[in-house]
Design a protein around this ligand. Structure first.
Ligand code: SF4
Length: 278
């Protein structure tokens, strides 16, 4: 399979709608990519991000996600074949061009998605390649497939940004389509291995703004001992057009972003357990 032109994946933001980039990839090549990890499907990459980990970062967005979050703002990343097949070598070569600047700006490389661990071998190889170049590495994940990474692979990841959506198991199932257990198990494993976590929590009015529920997440996170901060991300409607263009049933079209006061209330609940929350 010829290597993809990585430059054509450059995007100004992940909110660019991308579909069918990998439709022509033969089934056999998809299987080989998933099993070897030498190639993987990417939606796009952005440079200069200041919201996806410490400092200024290059962020690569993978395709493929096993969850179906009601408020997902990038549903075009759900399907693997919406991405473009790229080799680890080519992606690392492109990333290497930014190495000096990233180090000067105390930044690094973040692998996000979609869900990067849908392509865990590719994710592990790309993060290891970045680490080998002396670049700070971060993965942004829902943690559901965290057990796919070996301890040695985890050690090449400097920071895990873990999405925790809600505490209540039934609500979690409704919200995402999957159970919360594996995510929490991954968080515990990271704590045992003393790997740093930033938790990301999306505040959605009427869906995740139950403060008693958030307090339970906060207690869990505070007990772990390796959670450096919790980011409260206000829900927004920037992904709505993607749902509509993809013909998906978007149930949140009438939901307003939370107020600044509501976001601050959520931060206070988290801070009351000793966590840093922003
Ligand atoms: S885990 Fe992330 S990419 Fe997957 S559906 Fe949820 S918000 Fe979207």
């Amino acid at each position: 399979m010829p290597d993809a032109p990585v430059l054509s994946l450059a995007a100004t933001s992940p909110f660019e709608l991308r579909v069918h980039l990998g439709d022509a990839v033969p089934e056999q090549s998809v299987r080989e990519a998933l099993s070897s990890g030498d190639m993987g499907f990417l939606h796009s990459y952005t440079t200069g991000s200041t919201v996806d980990g410490p400092g200024v970062r290059v962020v690569a967005w993978t395709t493929g996600c096993m969850w179906r979050c009601q408020y997902c703002h990038n549903p075009d990343t759900w399907t693997l074949s919406n991405g473009m097949l790229v080799s680890v070598a080519k992606a690392a070569e492109e990333l290497g061009k930014y190495r000096h600047g990233l180090n000067v700006m105390s930044g690094g490389f973040t692998l996000s998605g979609g869900e990067p661990l849908m392509q865990h071998r590719f994710a592990a190889k790309l993060l290891a390649a970045a680490k080998k170049m002396g670049i700070h590495t971060t993965i942004e994940t829902n943690g559901f497939y965290g057990d796919r990474l070996s301890d040695a692979e985890l050690d090449t990841i400097d920071l895990v940004m873990l999405g925790i959506k809600t505490w209540d198991p039934a609500r979690h199932l409704t919200l995402t389509g999957k159970e919360i257990g594996p995510t929490l198990e991954f968080a515990r494993r990271l704590a045992q291995r003393r790997r740093p976590i930033w938790i990301r929590f999306v505040l959605v009015p009427g869906l995740t703004d139950d403060m008693d529920d958030l307090a339970k997440t906060a207690e869990f996170a505070a007990r772990l001992g390796n959670v450096e901060r919790v980011e409260v991300l206000p829900f927004h409607q920037m992904g709505r057009y993607k749902w509509e263009r993809l013909g998906l049933d978007y149930t949140l079209k009438d939901v307003e972003p939370p107020t600044a006061e509501a976001a601050e209330r959520a931060c206070e609940v988290l801070r009351s357990t000793g966590l840093k929350a922003y």
